[in-house]
Design a protein around this ligand. Structure first.
Ligand code: NDP
Length: 262
């Protein structure tokens, strides 16, 4: 049987840890497959590139998750609700699309389940986390610095507010940063005056960015439990891997990946 090829499509894509994660699993499980990066310049050509490169499956990162959604023939429920796809596999010439960011986030909580969650940011990651938490029975409020992207959440029945009308005295046991603030700078997603009481009342501060951001440093200073986005990244990859190779995940996969990425 021919070696199967997989890839991550994105722009930029050079920073992605996905090749490291998936290749370490292929090697550990002695699966004859290879995973690489592909810098896509035009999202409307995603399907053409997928078939042109002879791929068996892909992950999709910023900014092509909506293009990936549009390219698929069959979608899972999370992808349908969120309007974004981060994993595609091909079967009998049809593209099957999944959103594994959503279950990946829940798995990364490692058993912790809040009653009330505040999501900062209203982009694609916020959508995935909002649906994942609501599916788990959590009350979710989405707050963003500008109003435009909140329409999606309002239409989907979520509590949604702009930062200027967010009530900082409201108690949320989970506060999640899904904004890009802190990704390449030292910015806080929300001003310190509002963020301090919100984090003080929380049980867990979670940043989807996988490094120690100013948001997480602030949680640490307030002696709060805090977590970065690395486990979410790993879990979304494990759930994607399940789709790629058609096998259930197991504890060993987490160990193999952690050894490869840390
Ligand atoms: P989007 O571009 O879709 O959304 C970005 C959001 O951030 C918007 O709500 C935007 O607000 C807000 N924002 C940007 N800059 C600032 C700022 N300086 N202050 C406050 N708000 C800001 O991004 P994604 O949802 O795709 O990704 C968001 C983050 O999540 C990224 O940092 C990414 O690295 C991380 N991520 C982590 C994953 C993981 O597995 N750990 C998976 C996917 C993403 P506005 O609407 O006003 O512009």
């Amino acid at each position: 049987m021919d070696k199967k090829l997989f890839a991550i499509f994105g722009n930029p894509v050079s920073h992605s840890k996905s090749p490291l994660i998936h290749n370490s699993l292929f090697k550990d499980l002695a699966i004859d497959a290879c995973y690489t990066r592909y810098l896509l310049d035009d999202g409307s050509r995603l399907k053409e590139k997928f078939f042109g490169l002879g791929l068996s499956g892909i992950n999709i990162t910023v900014p092509f998750k909506e293009d990936a959604f549009a390219a698929c023939d069959i979608l899972d429920d999370y992808a349908k609700n969120i309007g974004a796809v981060n994993t595609i596999v091909v079967k009998d010439g049809l593209l099957y699309g999944f959103n594994t960011d959503a279950p990946g986030f829940i798995a990364s909580l490692d058993g912790f389940m809040p009653k009330k969650a505040l999501i900062l940011g209203a982009g694609g990651t916020a959508r995935a986390i909002a649906f994942a938490l609501r599916n788990a029975g959590v009350f979710v409020c989405v707050a963003n610095r500008s109003g435009g992207r909140l329409g999606f959440f309002k239409d989907a029945g979520f509590c949604s507010v702009t930062f200027d009308i967010l009530d900082e005295s409201e108690q949320f046991d989970l506060v999640v940063n899904t904004t890009s603030a802190g990704l390449t700078d030292e910015e806080l997603p929300l001003n310190e005056k509002k963020l301090t009481p919100l984090l003080s009342n929380a049980k867990l501060a979670y940043d989807c960015i996988y490094k120690e951001t100013s948001f997480l440093k602030m949680a640490k200073k307030l002696h709060k439990e805090h977590k970065n986005g690395l486990d979410m990244l790993i879990w979304q990859a494990i759930f994607a891997f399940e789709k790629f190779v058609g096998m259930d995940s197991n504890k060993r996969m987490m160990d193999v990946i952690k050894e490869a990425v840390y």
